[in-house]
Design a protein around this ligand. Structure first.
Ligand code: SAM
Length: 240
């Protein structure tokens, strides 16, 4: 291993989240950093470019939810960008059946190359699509145990992107900063129209990071109208 300090940070950080990494997982996370930094020079994938910052702000921040929720089964990550949090889940638990959805083609191409770099192909689908479009495909609508999303949109918009993918007994896990309270206040209509209920607010304790990080957990209370999500771009233009 090239960078001992970096490896120590990765191992310690994941250990604090009660995740013991195998040699292969450690190798994959190192490769992820290397590949993200090299591709980021060509395409704008992330504003975080320093290896230790990538570990803290992308890897550990994505993985912190594992202390709170038992994420397994079919998982879809909406607006995954360069793979956060979804790809980190797959490295932690290669048995996950993972779908990554991203509207930006450069990021999707990066994710497909990353799969080759990390040798992770099984049970992963990467879509170059907007959530609003994929959510109307019957093979993906109401099909997931967990729907996740980080840093994609204000809550009232994000609920319209994510809720339609969740199956009856599934959960929607949305990463948020301290503004979540205000966002919840602005989401009453969205919660009502989309038949969804807040069931938990997890405060995450991310190793080596200060700052308030939360994951809001929702569950569906009823099937939602075919109308939702509305056409691509409308949820953002005219939030519920
Ligand atoms: N989730 C990643 C993270 O936490 O690092 C990326 C966050 S980035 C700020 C937001 C991403 O969401 C962008 O890559 C954008 O293209 C994608 N996005 C925004 N709206 C979307 C939509 N309706 N459907 C799919 N992807 C979307």
């Amino acid at each position: 291993m090239k960078n001992k300090g970096l490896n120590t940070l990765i191992k310690k950080g994941f250990k604090k989240l009660k995740i013991d990494l195998s040699k292969e997982q450690l190798f994959q996370l190192n490769k992820y950093i290397e590949f993200l930094i090299s591709e980021n020079k060509k395409y704008n994938l992330t504003s975080i470019t320093e290896p230790k910052e990538i570990v803290k702000l992308h890897f550990l921040d994505s993985a912190g939810i594992f202390l709170k929720a038992d994420i397994k089964g079919k998982v879809i990550d909406i607006g995954t960008g360069a793979g956060f949090p979804g790809f980190i889940f797959k490295i932690i638990n290669p048995d996950l059946d993972l779908t990554l959805v991203e509207a930006n083609l450069k990021k999707v191409n990066f994710l497909k190359l990353l799969q080759i770099e990390l040798n992770l192909y099984e049970n992963i689908e990467v879509f170059h699509k907007r959530a609003e479009d994929l959510a109307h495909d019957k093979n993906y609508r109401h099909k997931y145990d967990f729907v996740t999303s980080r840093a994609v949109a204000p809550l009232n918009i994000l609920l319209e992107y994510t809720v339609p993918f969740c199956k009856d007994e599934g959960k929607i896990l949305l990463y948020k900063g301290p503004s979540y309270k205000e966002e919840l206040d602005n989401s009453k209509k969205a919660l009502d129209i989309l038949n969804v209920k807040l069931i938990n607010i997890y405060e995450l304790d991310i190793p080596f990071l200060k700052g308030d990080r939360f994951v809001l957990e929702f569950k569906s209370t009823d099937i939602i109208g075919h109308k939702y999500p509305r056409k691509a771009g409308i949820p953002k233009k005219r939030p519920l």
